[in-house]
Design a protein around this ligand. Structure first.
Ligand code: PLP
Length: 425
């Protein structure tokens, strides 16, 4: 074994250091495997209950009327999330699009949107109009209110209560911390928040941005009162095979509104040819619980390695996990760049290129990114990125198999050791 790692550029020291850490993680990994087992059966049951057949794997063209595969897949998602209905489409281009669709279709001029968990994901700032943007909710006369989390990461119940008013129509709750330092919300905590909000205003729509959270736990937000969950198919639920797409699952009325907005009033879910994409959607969903488990083990493995080396890691080595993102604070630009070089060098595609920081549109500092993915931009595949600014933290996620995530993390350590930033005994 050491020889094949050596052929791929891993030194004896790095190999042994990582192996020792892995040996201690067995109980933790057993727990993750049990979740994957549960979720695998949940997916299988949803497919069997909805009679997925060989014909469902085919696609339609043109208008896409009576698309058996599309309709069945949406029924599978609805079952999986214990929801009334779902919209699962390649015409939803990404996670931001799915979230924008859910918001724009369920809010009307004069309504107010509330985020009781602080600032939402960067790309939503323009959707909402926090940063002025063409076509934002603000342009349509939809106002926005935000209540930040308490310094300890708890909900600020008093302020949330005061923020809910007669205009409040929809509450958006982001499950994953995304690229922030707050803790990710467990499904249990999301449930507490929704219960609190519904006691104050029962008819408010509670939407959860479910990106990066699917299959990390046994329950999903719709099991604890969410009216809508929204996510991207090039993250967890696509299992690495979906090449595009997004989903919305939840109350029939919410999904219906989204469908009329995605296609057209009067048409809704009845159109939208699936072309040849459904096989990958089903196949990816079937694999998603174990793929997510592999990514999760990779995140835990990395947290344990870098914590042992004295770096701040979020979540830490022992914390329970509610999404697949791992942050490591290196404190220097050299550290995050070396880490990203390691991830890139471990990729199945484009392993020979060197990631460099660049001034990406929409960011206020240069960003370095590493990804060598089969699906462009897919972040269920092993990937990392870091803004070049204090605290010099790298955010990484994914890995279609744990074996690959493991190797990628070993490569990051090798890269950091080779750069002289860390010494192993
Ligand atoms: C990825 C992500 C999004 C946006 O998804 P894109 O597919 O990148 O547009 C929104 N919210 C969270 C929490 C995410 O992780």
């Amino acid at each position: 074994m050491e020889n094949i790692y050596k052929e791929l550029g891993i030194s004896d020291k790095v190999y042994r250091f990582c192996k020792e850490i892995l040996n201690r993680l067995k109980p933790r990994f057993d727990e993750i495997d049990q979740n994957a087992e549960y979720n695998q059966l949940k997916v299988l049951k949803a497919m069997q209950d909805n009679k997925v057949s060989e014909a469902c794997l085919l696609g339609t063209t043109g208008y896409g009327y009576n698309d058996l595969g599309r309709e069945t897949l949406e029924a599978v998602y609805a079952s999986l999330f214990h929801a009334e209905d779902a919209l699962v489409r390649p015409q939803i281009t990404c996670g931001t699009h799915a979230l924008a669709l859910a918001l724009m279709s369920n809010l009307r001029p004069g309504d107010e949107l509330l985020s009781p968990v602080g600032k939402p994901y960067d790309t939503l700032e323009e959707v909402i109009g926090i940063r002025p943007s063409k076509g934002s909710l603000a342009e349509y006369g939809i106002s926005y209110r935000q209540v930040d989390l308490c310094p300890d990461g708890g909900f600020d119940f008093e302020k949330i209560k005061n923020a809910i008013n007669e205009k409040t129509r929809l509450v958006t709750i982001q499950r994953s911390k995304g690229y922030q330092t707050r803790p990710t919300l467990s499904v249990g905590r999301i449930g507490e928040l929704i219960t609190f909000i519904k006691e104050i205003k029962p008819d408010v729509i509670c939407m959860v941005d479910n990106c990066y959270g699917e299959f990390v736990e046994r329950q999903e937000p719709t099991d604890v009162g969410a009216d809508m969950v929204v996510g991207s198919l090039i993250k967890n639920p696509g299992g690495g095979l979906a090449p595009i797409g997004g989903y919305i699952a939840g109350k029939k009325s919410c999904v219906e509104n989204a469908a009329y907005r995605l296609t057209s009033p009067g048409l809704g879910k009845e159109v939208g040819a699936s072309l040849g994409i459904l096989r990958d959607f089903y196949h990816g969903l079937f694999l998603a619980p174990t793929v997510t488990a592999g990514a999760l083990k990779g995140a835990v493995f990395a947290a344990n390695i870098y914590e042992k080396l004295g770096f701040k890691v979020v979540p830490d080595s022992n914390e329970s996990r509610h999404d697949i993102i791992q942050a490591v604070e290196f404190g220097t630009a050299e550290g995050v760049i070396a880490f990203c070089k390691g991830i890139q060098a471990a990729a199945p595609v484009d392993s020979f290129v060197t990631p460099e920081p660049w001034d990406m549109p929409g960011y206020d500092s240069p960003v370095v990114m590493a990804a060598g993915a089969f699906v462009s931009g897919s972040s269920i595949e092993l990937s990392a990125d870091a803004p070049i600014k204090p605290p010099y933290a790298v955010y990484f996620q994914g890995g279609l198999t744990f074996e690959h995530a493991r190797f990628g993390i070993m490569k990051t350590l090798q890269s950091i050791v080779d750069a002289g930033l860390v010494q192993l005994d």
